[in-house]
Design a protein around this ligand. Structure first.
Ligand code: BJW
Length: 240
């Protein structure tokens, strides 16, 4: 596992850098991935794409909350790892730096990253199912029972299968992708769209695209380089 001299040169010279992260960047913090390692995450006999879906919010919101409360409990105790910390160091290194994450765990922000584009929402917020107002759902406090504005039911403020991404988030990420010179794709299986389309946008606009993942993914062939390894071991090599 090493960083090629070509990539070191590009990293040193780049002005505009974009990083797209997925569940794998938090794996070394102890957050289970959805699909890594040949496993499919299952909750009480339901595959996660069933429980984490718009249809399930309609059908059984208490079950959705049970699944998210369970994850809030263990995510409350975890800490950013060397990959989050390295990415946080990059933000002041380049003239324009964009961090786009599919993760809902808030670990990038905890590591010090600012202006993180969260494509799939954040587990530490709840949202009203009717008026859409946001509510703090952080680990330190009990989950609010109902919307404080209108009294209706709350749901996790995350993007489930079959739901639209937060307004403008993908569009902004796509614009930055089409302007960047260097694009890192870290710890994502590249299966979930529209997030998985970001590296392709960067590539079509002429960026050098680098994947960091212990396994090959459907994005590997598109990338100019794939570095096979764990994010927490590979990324800190850039500061050495
Ligand atoms: C390491 C590591 C280490 C391990 N270091 N790496 C085009 C074609 C077909 C379908 C669609 C399409 N466009 C849209 C769709 C539908 C759907 C979709 O993409 N389906 C595909 C699965 C086929 N997309 C949507 O529904 C999206 N909405 C949308 O498109 O709206 C418009 C629309 C509306 C209505 C109808 C149609 C369109 C929304 C997607 C929302 C995804 N939500 C989830 C759940 C969030 C809440 C929760 O947590 O429960 O987001 S699904 C889940 O997957 C989660 C993740 O963010 C997302 C991506 O997963 P990620 O991050 O890539 O993780 P893994 O686990 O898959 O991979 C981990 C990787 O890490 C692996 O590669 C490992 O090897 C690696 N790894 N250890 C580095 N140490």
């Amino acid at each position: 596992m090493h960083i090629s001299s070509e990539l070191r040169r590009r990293f040193a010279d780049a002005q505009r850098v974009l990083v797209l992260t997925g569940a794998g960047v938090s794996a070394e913090s102890g957050v289970p991935t959805f699909r890594g390692g040949g496993q499919t995450a299952v909750w009480k006999g339901m595959p996660f794409d069933v429980i984490s879906s718009a249809a399930m919010v309609e059908r059984d919101l208490p079950a959705v909350w049970e699944w998210f409360d369970y994850r809030r409990d263990f995510m409350g105790a975890i800490k950013p790892n060397a990959a989050h910390e390295e990415i946080a160091r990059w933000q002041d290194r380049f003239a324009e730096f964009t961090l786009v994450t599919q993760n809902i765990d808030g670990l990038h922000q905890q590591a010090g990253s600012r202006d993180v584009i969260e494509l799939h929402g954040n587990i530490w917020r709840a949202r009203c199912t009717v008026c859409r107002s946001n509510h703090d759902n952080s680990a330190e406090r009990a989950r609010p029972d109902a919307c404080l504005e209108c009294g209706n039911q709350l749901r996790p403020d995350v993007v489930l299968f079959g739901e639209m991404l937060p307004r403008g988030a993908f569009e902004f990420a796509a614009e930055r992708a089409s302007q960047c010179e260097l694009c890192f794709v870290v710890g994502t299986s590249g299966l979930v769209y529209p997030a998985a389309g970001i590296p392709e946008l960067a590539k079509s606009a002429g960026a050098y695209v680098v994947e960091v993942n212990p396994e090959r993914t459907p994005l590997s062939d598109l990338c100019d380089e794939t570095i096979t390894g764990k994010a927490g071991e590979v990324l800190p090599l850039f500061s050495q």
